[in-house]
Design a protein around this ligand. Structure first.
Ligand SMILES: Nc1ncnc2c1ncn2[C@@H]1O[C@H](COP(=O)(O)OP(=O)(O)OP(=O)(O)O)[C@@H](O)[C@H]1O
Ligand SMILES: [Mg+2]
Length: 268
């Protein structure tokens, strides 16, 4: 596997959870190609499969059906050790709930992704310290996660995602419950990483944040609903409107009932 991944490709990927009566199709025959340097925003209602998609792309989970390629390598059937190796060299995660380890201080949390790279412990801590300084968290290295503000916690989570210098960053609602000012600071940091040529795939519920993206994908019931790439200023504005109009149905739970037609309106 080369140092930089130029193309992520999913072919007819389905992910099912559970069996029999409890079976749930979280991803339904999804095909998707993502090229190096794209900044993708994924939107859609709760439960539509966004995190599942991110976990599959990040090799934290495997598809039930379909194929997954990183450049020309089929990665869906590799063993967990190979997956861990690819992750530790190529992929950075910002999880939906941050996933900082509560009993580890900030610097140890940030150094964690370097554990499997063969670096010495001293070097790992140096690297973690260096990236924390760039996020203005140098003075918080020895704090525990519960001693940080929401914005600081999120910056630590992003620092941890970037410490291994990944070419792909997967961010699941990176600005979760942050106020709009802190959200934009975090987004500027992601935009900067994008400008340096990295690929960013970000899940968000906030249509305002799609303005940072070069491509907006909306999902519905485990499928890709819309997929639009920003080329020029004008079409982009249109895309923002599309994204906004998609916001309205977002809070509703998509159940079969919602597609039921009102009674008494049979066409004859
Ligand atoms: N490990 C699992 N076991 C069983 N079902 C799961 C599992 N993970 C996800 N699901 C189901 O798959 C569907 C998609 O979940 P997913 O977490 O991808 O949604 P999401 O779009 O990220 O939602 P949200 O916006 O709330 O984070 C949900 O119905 C969820 O209950
Ligand atoms: Mg999710």
């Amino acid at each position: 596997m080369p140092d930089v991944i130029n193309r992520i490709q999913l072919h007819n990927v389905t992910k099912r959870f559970g069996f029999g009566d409890t079976e749930h199709v979280a991803l339904d025959n999804v095909s998707l190609t993502i090229n190096k340097g794209e900044f993708i925003a994924i939107m859609g209602p709760s439960g539509c499969g966004k995190t599942t998609l991110l976990n599959l792309i990040g090799l934290l989970d495997q598809p039930t059906e379909g194929e997954y390629y990183l450049d020309d390598t089929a990665v869906d059937n590799l063993n967990p050790r190979r997956h861990a190796k690819i992750r530790s060299r190529q992929i950075g995660f910002v999880f939906q709930n941050f996933n900082l380890i509560p009993r580890l201080n900030v610097i140890d949390n940030v150094a964690l992704p370097l554990t499997y790279t063969g670096m010495s412990k001293t070097k790992r801590l140096q690297e973690a310290s260096r990236i924390l300084k760039t996020f203005h968290l140098g003075e918080r290295e020895y704090y525990l996660p519960h001693q940080l503000s929401g914005g600081q916690t999120q910056r630590v989570a992003i620092a941890r995602a970037l410490v291994n210098n990944p070419s792909i960053i997967l961010a699941d609602e990176p600005t979760g419950n942050l106020d709009s000012k802190t959200s934009h600071i975090i987004m500027e940091e992601l935009a900067d990483i994008h400008r340096r040529g990295n690929t960013i795939i970000m899940v968000t519920h906030n249509p305002d944040l799609t303005s940072y993206a070069s491509r907006i994908i909306t999902m519905l019931d485990g499928k890709i609903d819309t997929d639009s790439t920003k080329n020029k200023a004008a079409p982009f504005k249109k895309q923002l409107n599309i994204a906004k109009s998609n916001k309205k149905p977002a809070p509703r739970q998509t159940t079969k009932k919602s597609t039921k037609k009102p009674s008494g309106r049979s066409k004859k």
